[in-house]
Structures are given as structure tokens and as C-alpha cells.
Design a protein around this ligand. Structure first.
Ligand SMILES: [Zn+2]
Length: 443
């Protein structure tokens, strides 16, 4: 008698059934879970209850999915301000796991899980692996960091629950990673995309051709990466490279994943309800429109998150996926809202300016955007350092490059910007995050 719960061909696992719920059933499940989690958070999280009370809201005001928009947002700063345990909804007795993410400033943020939460986490990671065609029989090299970071243990428990063989190698020690990959017959790797690129390069130096190994799939996340990088990874290693999405505040990895269509990331929206909001007006946007992803955890007990602002910019893809999953997809995330500015009504991201500048030969990766207002009109100047060869060259070369960059910027942004080429080391260096934007318009 064959065991029908096994999935040796990939693509489906019993846990994946929720990926394919008929839409009325899915929406009804979400609505019921949402009402329950709002009540739960109101009853057990002081900050959330206060914010609801301030707005004159009660849990029963949230009856439909659209009612969610009435509720206040939760920000990353709320986790910092209530450090370490202020947003926990259960006593420590019921918490079986703590993770923490290192912030760029000061204290980390701490996240908590009940046993039920850990089980949900494993199930959404099973669905992630299944969506990427990974199944029982696969040998998974888990090169995400184990420890306070959610990546390592999140992928680990999911791969085990899937029935795959997990190698908990964690990050680092690249030569050993390559030896294990080769000697253990690894078929699947989990890591950041940039670390896998490094593995490919190092393997080549060691005379190991990854494309000749059994390795066939990679689940890459924890940092934004482009389709260009995917093409490079797939060409250099012969594997399928999948984008996965998650964040510690919501659960860790397992919030969303590409399927084998590689055409957007399905969100496991029976547990994580998505909204796309206009980052300026906070209004909810319809599917198809680009904005900031806001997530509400529908089942998390230890630390429910209501309308958490991810700062990740994306859009919900309105069309159904050819794979048949009914859970919605979002576009891959390439930028974040916290660095956006608006000039003459146009949204601009420093990453767009960066892409335009760095495509030109002779420019260095040091630039600054300066915004001013003259006679009520916003002006944008982009200062970019160029190599000393360009700078010492005749005026002609400088002029050509300036005009080339202006055109490139106008093409990408849709607005004109003044470009000023400056000598190397003109722009001040920062020890932390580079300061790309100086906004003098309010002065
Ligand atoms: Zn799909």
C-alpha cells in the first residue's frame, strides 16, 4: 500500500492544502481568525488595547476583513519601545522559544512563540519547501545562521516536518560547506543569495563545479535580490533559485514563497493577512497597486501583530497563479519605503538614483541627493563622485558624462535632476548607514 501522504514528485504536501482553498472558504477563515486575534490582542496586549481605546474602538468593531483598516498600525519602534517583553500576550510559562533580531541601533527586538506558534511556523515552512518542489527524500543543507536569528531554526523545523534530511551546517566555513554539498549529495540549499554566490565562486576556486552536483534547488531570502542576480545564480550553478520571504516580527521565514512558476511570492495568507497601503496617506490600496506591505498575524498567540508596517514596497498580483494556488502573490521586494522621498509629486527612491548612476562607467558608488526649494519649486541635485581619470580629463568628457547621467535619471524617475560630478572623497563617509539624502526644502 503506497503511503499517499508522501510527496516524492514535489509540489504538493498535505500541509499545502491551505494554499488551494476555494476563495470564499479562505476569506471566511481569515475573517474568523481576524476577529479572534483582534479580541486576543485587545485582551492581552496593553499597548494595543490603549490604542484601540484612544480611537473609541472595541474588538467587535472588526467584523469584516475591510474593518481591519480601522485599526492602528504597529511599527518596529513599538517593539523597541516595549523591549524586551512588552508586547507578549501570554505568560512566560507558555512561551517555548525566544528569538531576537539585532537592530541597527541600540537594543534588539525580541519575538516569542508558544508551542502552537512553533507548529504553525513549521507548517508554513513545509508549504514553502513544497512550493519550491522540495520533498521527502531531499537532502537540505541549511546554511542560514542558527541562533537568535529566525532563519536557521525556521528552515530547520520546516525541513524536518517535511520529512527531508536536514544538515544543520549554519552559515560560514565556506570550504566545509562545499565539501558537505559534494560528499553528502545535497539537493537543496537554504542561504542568503549573496552567500550562495560566494559559495559558487569559492567552489570554482576549489575545482568543484556545482552544476555537476545533485544540487537542484535553492531557497534564498533574508535580503532583497534582483532577477538579474537570479539569472546569474541559475546560470552559474544549474539550480532553480527561489525567493522566499519572511520577517522576525511576523514569524521568521515562512511568510511567503515563490512556487515553481517563479512569478511572484505566494503569501500564506490564512496566517498572515496582507494589506498594501499608501505609505504617505496610510490608505489601503486595491490589489495591483504598489505600496507598503502591512501584515496582520491571524493565528499567532505569543505575540500577535496587528497591521505591522513592514516598510517593504510591493503590490499584490491580481491575476491567479498558473500553479493553481489560490493564496495571493506579491511582487518580489526590491525596495523599502523608509528611504523614499517625494519631489514634484513623484515618489523617488535612492535605489533608483543609484541604479541609474552606477550603470555609467567612470562613476563611483558614492553619491548624495540634495533637495532644495526655490520660488516654491522643488529642485533636485545629484552629486556623484567620479574616478580621478574622469575628473582630471578634459571638460568634454565631464560634460558628456553629466548629460548621460541626466538622461538616465530622467528616464528612470520621470523628472529632471541636476547632476554634479565631484572628485573622489568629496562626499562625507559615514560609519553606519550612508546618508544619501539631504532635504533642505523645509529650511
Ligand atoms: Zn504559484
Amino acid at each position: 500500500m503506497p503511503d499517499l501522504s508522501l510527496d516524492l514528485s514535489g509540489g504538493f504536501h498535505p500541509a499545502s492544502a491551505y494554499d488551494y482553498l476555494p476563495l470564499p472558504q479562505l476569506r471566511d477563515l481569515q475573517r474568523r481568525r481576524m476577529a479572534a486575534i483582534v479580541q486576543w490582542a485587545y485582551d492581552h496586549v496593553k499597548l494595543f488595547r490603549q490604542r484601540m481605546d484612544d480611537r473609541g474602538l472595541r474588538p467587535w468593531d472588526v467584523q469584516s476583513l475591510d474593518d481591519l483598516a480601522k485599526l492602528p498600525f504597529t511599527q518596529k519602534t513599538d517593539l523597541r519601545d516595549t523591549y524586551p517583553f512588552g508586547l507578549f500576550a501570554v505568560p512566560m510559562l507558555d512561551i517555548v522559544r525566544l528569538h531576537a533580531s539585532s537592530g541597527t541601533t541600540g537594543k534588539p527586538i525580541v519575538v516569542a512563540y508558544t508551542q502552537e506558534d512553533v507548529d504553525v511556523w513549521a507548517s508554513v515552512m513545509v508549504r514553502t519547501f513544497a512550493a519550491c518542489g522540495v520533498h521527502r527524500g531531499d537532502i537540505v543543507q541549511n546554511a542560514y545562521g542558527y541562533g537568535l536569528f529566525t532563519g536557521g531554526l525556521g528552515a530547520h523545523y520546516g525541513a524536518e516536518a517535511l520529512g527531508a534530511t536536514v544538515i544543520p551546517i549554519s552559515g560560514g566555513n565556506t570550504d566545509r560547506q562545499i565539501m558537505v554539498m559534494k560528499d553528502f549529495g545535497v539537493t537543496t540549499i537554504c542561504s542568503t543569495p549573496s552567500y550562495f554566490l560566494h559559495l559558487i565562486e569559492r567552489a570554482r576556486e576549489l575545482g568543484v563545479d556545482i552544476s555537476s552536483l545533485p544540487l537542484r534547488a535553492g531557497l534564498f531570502g533574508a535580503e532583497p535580490w534582483t532577477d538579474g542576480m537570479r539569472r546569474r545564480i541559475e546560470a552559474d550553478s544549474g539550480i532553480r533559485a527561489y525567493d522566499i520571504y519572511g520577517l522576525s516580527e511576523i514569524i521568521g521565514p515562512g511568510v511567503g514563497s515563490e512556487c515553481q512558476e517563479q512569478a511572484g511570492l505566494h503569501l500564506f495568507e490564512d496566517h498572515f493577512y496582507p494589506e498594501i497601503v499608501d505609505p504617505r496617506a496610510d490608505a489601503v490600496l486595491p490589489d495591483g497597486q504598489e505600496g507598503e506591505l502591512v501584515l496582520t498575524t491571524l493565528s499567532k498567540r505569543a505575540m500577535p501583530m496587528i497591521r505591522f508596517r513592514t516598510h517593504d514596497i510591493t503590490a499584490v498580483i491580481p491575476e491567479p497563479c498558473p500553479c493553481g494556488r489560490t493564496i495571493r502573490r506579491i511582487h518580489r521586494i526590491s525596495r523599502r519605503s523608509d528611504d523614499m522621498f517625494i519631489i514634484r509629486g513623484v515618489n523617488v527612491f535612492p535605489s533608483q538614483v543609484e541604479a541609474a548612476l552606477l550603470a555609467a562607467e567612470g562613476t563611483l558608488p558614492h553619491y548624495q541627493i540634495i533637495l532644495t526649494r526655490e520660488k516654491g519649486l522643488d529642485e533636485m541635485e545629484v552629486q556623484v563622485e567620479v574616478t580621478s581619470e574622469v575628473f582630471s580629463d578634459k571638460v568634454g568628457a565631464m560634460e558628456t558624462l553629466t548629460s548621460k547621467l541626466s538622461h538616465a535619471l530622467e528616464n528612470i524617475l520621470g523628472i529632471r535632476a541636476h547632476v554634479r560630478l565631484v572628485e573622489p572623497h568629496t562626499i562625507q563617509r559615514s560609519e553606519g548607514k550612508a546618508k544619501r539624502l539631504i532635504d533642505r526644502r523645509s529650511m
